[in-house]
Design a protein around this ligand. Structure first.
Ligand code: SF4
Length: 469
């Protein structure tokens, strides 16, 4: 690797087959290195993105207005019911509140929300400054529950109190708090789907497959979720966990405390979707569902594979870089790129666990750069060095790709086409092709000229400094 890596970051970056670190595994799932300008989101953001898709919940961000705007509607989760969740409410803490405390303001905000919107469920997020001044948010929420007879749940997630994964855990705790009073229900036929956020209708695609297999969906967490459905979730026969990074903790707690077993599944790509449908039917011991799953796979997988084959000539020799939130998505994307004939040359995540990175390493070719909690400089350098043609990431990665004159595919909050299920294979293939082979790249400066320009500019700055300008 040509880049000079910060000493503290060395163990978070590896090149398969030519390890540049201590050789005893990739450092991950730990706090970001101070000053390294991580691509990671904060604890509060982690909690908010998990809970926000609950369509009829009311979200109050207790903190300065910036925290509320940072996560307002960033997750384009779709709804089949209420639109309440698409609003963002904040106590807009000012200097005076920070000096004298913001608990009273929060109490007023909750009361106002109840009068004007009549929600059945309110989440109150405590942000960084609230963690510093120490408002007793839990006590305010408890008193509001007694006053109004609705659920008001505190999510204590100051941004500095851990990593984005800590925020996921806070969100899962809030969901457990919501479900606990309903834990003792008789078992109902059906499953819960955990860790899909219905960003472009993926939850509806998965639900349709299960419906065709004769398997009812009890609750979804949290894409297109509702308060009423969530209270029925403890009755389900099985939890299907897609995004393990955000929901594994919840699945384990639901198994321990409510007796709902879980299984992991991915609905991205032909191979993963087919495996997921078969395994769900198997776990339920439902032979009819198994036969129906095979029928779905026969019909839809063949169509998606045919579609993919037609596009393959456009992808010959292309290389991809992946930087996404969780390990499960990175793994699915590598498999999908393999199906498309595209080699993954750089891959990283914000919240991957050691076991995710083990699978990632087993799927990529020698020479691939694997990195956890990357910063923009590392991503840019490795993408250039490895000759990536396309970056798959989220809103924070998009400008990095465009700055380098590189194709980009949003696989995160802002995507507009469903990328899950067999339908998603066609959408993903189409989107990757459109971006990779767009004529626009002929008119940009391109990766090589970008590097040359950056080097020329750096030389000019050095000259200017030497001349004392
Ligand atoms: S919680 Fe803290 S880190 Fe997160 S957006 Fe608010 S101020 Fe920033």
């Amino acid at each position: 690797m040509s880049m000079e890596i910060l000493e503290e970051r060395r163990t978070s970056i590896q090149e398969k087959g030519r390890s540049c670190c201590s050789g005893d595994g990739l450092r991950c799932d730990t706090a970001s290195v101070a000053g390294a300008v991580s691509q990671r989101a904060c604890v509060y953001c982690g909690a908010r993105v998990v809970l926000n898709p609950i369509t009829d919940a009311f979200h109050i961000v207790h903190g300065p207005i910036g925290c509320a705007s940072y996560t307002w509607d960033i997750r384009g989760s779709l709804t089949s019911g209420s639109e309440l969740y698409r609003n963002s409410f904040s106590t807009d803490l000012q200097e005076k509140d920070i000096v004298f405390g913001g608990a009273e303001k929060l109490t007023r905000a909750i009361d106002e929300a109840v009068v004007h919107y009549k929600p059945r469920l309110i989440f109150v997020y405590a942000t960084c400054i609230v963690g510093v001044i120490g408002d007793d948010v839990e006590a305010v929420c408890r008193r509001a529950e007694e006053r109004h007879g609705i659920r008001v749940i505190a999510v204590k997630a100051p941004g500095f109190s851990g990593t984005k994964s800590t925020g996921y855990r806070m969100a899962c705790n809030a969901l457990i708090q919501l479900m606990q009073p309903h834990a003792d229900q008789p078992r109902a036929k059906g499953v819960n789907i955990l860790g899909d956020y219905n960003l472009a209708g993926e939850m509806w695609i998965i639900k349709n497959y299960l419906k065709e297999m004769g398997i009812p969906v009890v609750a979804t967490m949290t894409g297109d979720a509702s308060y009423a459905a969530l209270t029925r979730a403890p009755a389900a026969q099985l939890n299907i966990v897609q995004c393990a990074g955000s929901m594994m903790y919840l699945a384990r707690r639901m198994e321990d405390e409510m007796g709902v077993p879980w299984m992991r599944a991915s609905f991205f790509g032909v191979e993963d979707t087919s495996t997921a449908l078969r395994q769900v039917a198997e776990r339920l011991g439902d032979t009819t569902a198994k036969a129906k799953a095979e029928a779905i796979i026969r019909k839809r997988a063949a169509r998606a594979t045919d579609f993919l084959e037609r596009y393959k000539p456009h992808f010959v020799g292309k290389k991809a870089a992946i930087f996404v939130g969780g390990g499960f998505k990175a793994i699915s994307l590598i498999r999908q790129f393999n199906e498309m004939g595209i080699e993954t040359v750089v891959v990283g995540t914000q919240t991957g666990k050691p076991e995710d990175y083990e699978v990632i390493e087993s799927l990529v070719n020698p020479g691939t750069v694997i990195l956890d909690d990357a910063n923009p400089a590392e991503l840019e350098t490795f993408m250039r060095e490895k000759g990536a043609d396309i970056l798959v990431g989220g809103v924070k990665e998009r400008p990095l790709a465009y700055k380098l004159g590189m194709a980009f595919c949003d696989h995160n909050h802002e995507r507009k086409h469903a990328l899950g299920g067999f339908e998603g294979v066609e959408n993903f293939t189409r989107e990757v092709n459109l971006s990779l082979n767009s004529p626009v790249w002929r008119f940009t400066r391109g990766r090589n000229s970008y590097a040359a320009t950056a080097a020329r500019q750096a030389a000019q700055v050095r000259q200017a400094l030497a001349a004392g300008i």
